[in-house]
Design a protein around this ligand. Structure first.
Ligand SMILES: *Cc1c(COP(=O)(O)O)cnc(C)c1O
Length: 368
């Protein structure tokens, strides 16, 4: 049972949709598929433009940095993915300033306000909606609104790789919203998407930048339901199938189920003595702080067939992360916490009494 916060398992209906022969990307047949997928994406994003890129999520992060920063970037680092925005700036010799916090701590809105007020060169801010390194959620809605009030010309770029498809994101003040195929969209890795505001489109078109990640040429092509270079045809077919399924379920229902799964998992794990790591947990995953992370994960995988993620860098061996993104069966989520409780018993930490499963079921089905 793969329960890592990316990659997530590819459901059978999506695998079937992607199993046909490869079709040529410069055909009416593929244009029709592209158009259908693009329209569904526009609906999910609720933004005026959306681009699909043949790359992993980081490619879309790079494209946003290079296409939307003219003078100086403000990057928000509360974990590995926020840190990456700064590394991209550095790689391209783009001037940047970073606001750094511990991986359990969301950035302070005041800090952002003061940094922007004191530095008139900043023309773009880069932040995660959910920082997957520690499973925290930044207060993106408030941050975006504060930034736009200070200066509407500053581009607000949000990495929603573990947020889009998880929850409804208010895009009113967001200029670029990034995602990737292998997390909430349950596809194989290799496709990245960027939703854009009208202001972002204007800024990109004013000064086309780069070659492969030249978003101006992608906008021009994708408006006509084609791509500048060979499209990731198979993944786009898969994305169409996933988005149709999401629409059948109802976007709102999908978000509600994910939030409930996150809440029930957190309550169950707290009830058996675990501490939730982030100060403001996101719904994409449950992150627990424990010095026994490695032992717990090893037994979970080998004995109970539950594959969850650990931590990186200074959090290696100190946290574990259970995924809630995508379409996860109730019994799978319940089994994850039940198995975790069994592992605690095996490690002699806490005698098994079925608390995790009971609290999960109560929270999930009885609403308390
Ligand atoms: C996974 C992830 C990325 C990186 O995406 P890749 O597809 O591995 O390049 C970026 N940001 C966040 C928040 C992620 O969770």
């Amino acid at each position: 049972m793969l329960l890592t916060p990316g990659p997530t398992p590819v459901p059978e209906f999506a695998r079937k949709a992607m199993s046909d022969i490869t079709i040529h990307h410069r055909t009416k047949e593929f244009e029709a598929i592209f158009e259908k997928t693009r329209n569904l994406l526009l609906e999910l994003y609720d933004m005026p433009e959306v681009l699909m890129l043949a790359s992993s999520g980081t490619g879309a992060m790079e494209a946003c940095v290079t296409n939307l920063t003219r003078k100086k970037a403000l990057t928000i680092n509360s974990g590995k993915f926020g840190e990456r925005f700064g590394k991209i700036c550095k790689a391209f010799n783009i001037d940047y300033v970073e606001l750094k916090n511990e991986w359990d701590t969301p950035v302070s809105v005041e800090d952002i306000k003061n940094t922007i007020k004191n530095d008139s060169n900043i023309d773009a801010i880069f932040i995660q909606v959910c920082e997957s390194a520690g499973g925290l959620r930044h207060n993106i809605e408030q941050i975006a609104s504060v930034v736009k009030k200070l200066n509407p010309e500053i581009m607000v770029v949000a990495d929603g790789i573990t947020a889009l498809g998880v929850e409804k994101i208010d895009t009113t003040n967001i200029d670029a919203l990034i995602t990737g195929s292998q997390k909430a969209f349950m596809l194989p890795p290799g496709l990245a998407m960027i939703g854009l505001s009208a202001k972002a489109v204007t800024k990109i078109e004013e000064k086309p930048t780069g070659y492969y990640f030249n978003l101006a040429s992608e906008i021009k092509n994708q408006k006509k339901n084609t791509t500048a270079y060979t499209a990731a045809t198979t993944l786009i077919i898969g994305l169409g199938a996933i988005l149709e399924k999401f629409k059948d379920i109802g976007f709102g229902n999908l978000y509600k189920q994910t939030a409930l799964r996150a809440k029930a998992t957190q309550e169950a794990l707290k009830a058996i003595g675990f501490k939730i790591y982030p100060k403001n947990p996101a719904n994409a995953m449950t992150t627990v702080y424990t010095e026994q992370s490695n032992e717990i994960r090893k037994i979970l995988k080998n004995r109970y067939n539950v594959d969850i993620a650990g931590g990186q860098d200074h959090l290696a061996g100190k946290i574990f992360r259970i995924n809630h993104m995508g379409l996860i069966e109730d019994f799978e989520a319940a089994w994850a916490v039940n198995a975790t409780e069994l592992v605690l018993d095996e490690l002699g930490i806490r005698t098994f009494d079925g608390t995790a499963n009971r609290v999960f079921a109560q929270t999930f089905y009885k609403g308390n």
